[in-house]
Write a new protein. Structure first.
Length: 114
């Protein structure tokens, strides 16, 4: 089973761990905590990226919309929800990967149990 989290890797210039696809390593130059608001001055000593985030595809948005509709079953007429699911299913059919197809089908089964 794969994880949605990137693998933890070390920054190159300092001893630390990072979790994000885009990251900055910094060192603290000064810290003043004498006042109510602490002031910390830092400088970036290393940065990098594992890969760029390209955003969500149309199918991911369609699954999100389907999930929102699923939470409104008690508020909206069934025909309206059915119409929207039919419209969203076209997008899922055209652009979805396996995970989006599974998510959409789970939502469809929840909203329209057999």
């Amino acid at each position: 089973m794969s994880s949605c989290w990137p693998e933890r890797q070390s920054a190159q210039s300092i001893r630390c761990r990072r979790l994000d696809r885009r990251w900055y390593a910094f060192e603290v130059d000064s810290l003043d905590d004498r006042a109510e608001r602490t002031t910390i001055e830092c400088r970036v000593v290393d940065s990098g990226r594992q890969r760029d985030f390209f955003g969500f595809n149309r199918a991911k948005h369609a699954v999100l919309e389907a999930a929102i509709l699923a939470t409104r079953r008690h508020l909206l007429p069934a025909d309206e929800i059915r119409h929207e699911y039919e419209r969203l299913s076209v997008i899922v059919d055209k652009t979805a990967g396996e995970s989006e197809r599974r998510a959409f089908e789970l939502l469809r089964q929840y909203v329209f149990p057999r």
